[in-house]
Structure formats: C-alpha cells, structure tokens
Design a protein around this ligand. Sequence first.
Ligand SMILES: *[C@@H]1O[C@H](CO)[C@@H](O)[C@H](O)[C@H]1NC(C)=O
Ligand SMILES: *[C@@H]1O[C@H](CO)[C@@H](O)[C@H](O)[C@H]1NC(C)=O
Ligand SMILES: *[C@@H]1O[C@H](CO)[C@@H](O)[C@H](O)[C@H]1NC(C)=O
Ligand SMILES: *[C@@H]1O[C@H](CO)[C@@H](O)[C@H](O)[C@H]1NC(C)=O
Length: 296
Amino acid sequence: MQSTLTPYTPFFKLRILTLLLLQLQILPTLSLSPCRTSCGNVAIKYPFGLDDGCGAPQFRHMFNCTTDLFFTTPSGAYKVQSIDYDKKTMVVYDPAMSTCSILQPHHDFLMTDIQSVIIPPSPDTIFVLLNCSIDSPVLNHYKNLCFNFSGHSCDELYGSCNAFRLFHLLTNSTPPCCFTGYDTVKYMSMNILDCTHYTTVINSDNLKGIGPLDWVYGIKLSFTVAETGCERCADSGGTCGFDTETVGFSCLCSTSMNATRECAAGSVTDEGHGHAPMLLFQAFVLILGTFLCMNL
Ligand SMILES: *[C@@H]1O[C@H](CO)[C@@H](O)[C@H](O)[C@H]1NC(C)=O
Ligand SMILES: *[C@@H]1O[C@H](CO)[C@@H](O)[C@H](O)[C@H]1NC(C)=O
Ligand SMILES: *[C@@H]1O[C@H](CO)[C@@H](O)[C@H](O)[C@H]1NC(C)=O
Ligand SMILES: *[C@@H]1O[C@H](CO)[C@@H](O)[C@H](O)[C@H]1NC(C)=O
C-alpha cells in the first residue's frame, strides 16, 4: 500500500510547495515590529505600549490587554474607553464608581506619583463628592476647594439621579456635596473628606444647562509625551520603544534589528543585525519553490 506521503509523489511535492509558500507569507510578518498596535478597538501608539520595550518607558507596566484595554493604578484596573492621540487624552471608566444610575460603595481613585505627573486627570474632569458630613473639610476649612460647577447644585443631583435620590430620601434634607478637581482627592482620601460617595464627570466645560442624566461619567486623563526623537524613528518606518534593561530609547525596526535612532540601511544598530540574512533566506525559498513547481 502506498501512502500519499511517500517521497517523490506529486502530492508530496505539492505539500512541500504549500509549506514553502506559507513560509513566504509568514516571513514578512516576522520582520514587522514586535509591538501590538491595538487592543480591542483601541489603537495603541507611542507613548503607550502593551509589550515590554514598546512605547515610552514612563508608561511601562501601566497597560494590560485582556479582551479590553486596562489602565492600572494603585486603586485598580480601569477600562480604557478611548485614546485621542492628537489631544493627548485618554478616557477611562471605573466600573466600581457611582454614577447617576448606580450607587456603589466609594473607593479612592489613586495614582502613583509618576502617574499623577505624566497622566493626571484633565482639568475638565470634575470630581463630585456626595453625601458629605457637615464636618467635612470641604465644607469648613477647605471650602474654597469646591466650586460653582456651571450653576449645578446638590439638590439637582439628588433630585434627578435615581442613584443619588437615596441621600435625599433617608434624611429628608439635602446632604452637602462638593464639585471639585482631582487635586482635592489626590491629597485627601474619601475618609478624610468625610463624604460617603463620589462620581466623576468628563467634558465639564459645556455642561451649563444640561442635567446630570446627560452628563458623561468617567475620568479623562491628559498625558504628556517626552521628547525622545520618536518622530525620526517613526518616519524611518520604525516603532518607538526602549531597551528593557537600560530603559534608553530604542527604535524597533524588525524582530531582528533595533536601532538607536532610526531604521535606515547602514544606520548604527544596537545589535548589529540587519535584514540581509532574512532576504537571502527568502530568495532561497523562492528559488527552491520555483524549482519544485517546474518539476511537478
Ligand atoms: C529589540 O527591542 C525589543 C524591545 O525592547 C526587544 O524585545 C527585542 O529583543 C530587541 N531585539 C533585538 C534584536 O535586540
Ligand atoms: C489586568 O487587567 C485586569 C482586569 O481585567 C486586572 O484585574 C489585572 O490586575 C491586570 N493585570 C495587571 C498585571 O495589571
Ligand atoms: C450618607 O451619609 C451618612 C453619614 O453622613 C450615612 O449615615 C448614610 O448612610 C449615607 N447615605 C447613604 C445612602 O450611603
Ligand atoms: C453659580 O454660577 C451661576 C452662573 O453660572 C450663578 O447664576 C449662580 O448664582 C452661582 N451660584 C453660586 C452659589 O454662586
């Protein structure tokens, strides 16, 4: 009995040929950057990276892509809704936060020292402290930290949001609230602030006359990008990254070549590897494939 895998049958040659052609298809993808460029439907570009060594080192270990993109801070993993690379903003959502429609136990929003410098909440993100006790510092010594948010009031919030109506109902009065900025919660925990809940609202610049039901709840972060020569690397077809040991800038040109500045023929490279061996191999595969094809 003769197997179709016996050498020299046309079937066998066809199999080899298929394998070789597959190789040809795979090789060009191997020569692309080692950095993933998206997670879910969010594009990942400099200064961010998912794979170690990609993006700017300042943002190292802050992102994680399971099915969705998550931004990790000491207080939790926040789902990234969108990133605007032109405006340099990123909108995240804390599923454990209270909003107009759901009341949840408070938990602080914490960032590392580095995060609060390179990717702090934007000025148009308002923190609303709810159901504060009359002893709260923001009603006493620090009352100037609360501002008039386009004429919106605590009553309006407790009145129009199902989630916040409870504060009003239980006491039959209007417990104080406070519209404030990130700096307030950065320096004072919710326990010190003595408010039982909070929520955050983005795009607060144009919410005059718009009710709490139509506000967008979430946190908009505003990031800064260090000037490292990324543009020069990107223009040469590379992906900006960093050396995982020295943390110095690295232009990732292919899986086998990283450059110090840009990907160009003859540029000085960290590793000294070029495209040449890959190209030679591809040529070899092509010739072998053609040869086998003619023999079929
Ligand atoms: C290039 O840099 C990336 C990210 O730092 C690293 O994973 C990879 O091993 C480097 N490749 C070479 C050939 O040095
Ligand atoms: C990755 O994201 C998940 C959220 O799905 C989070 O629970 C986990 O802690 C994150 N892992 C790291 C290493 O940040
Ligand atoms: C509002 O705050 C008071 C204490 O100031 C607390 O006893 C009460 O349970 C809070 N209301 C809700 C709905 O959590
Ligand atoms: C808040 O500002 C609005 C105008 O946006 C003004 O009409 C209102 O009187 C102010 N409220 C307080 C308490 O200052």
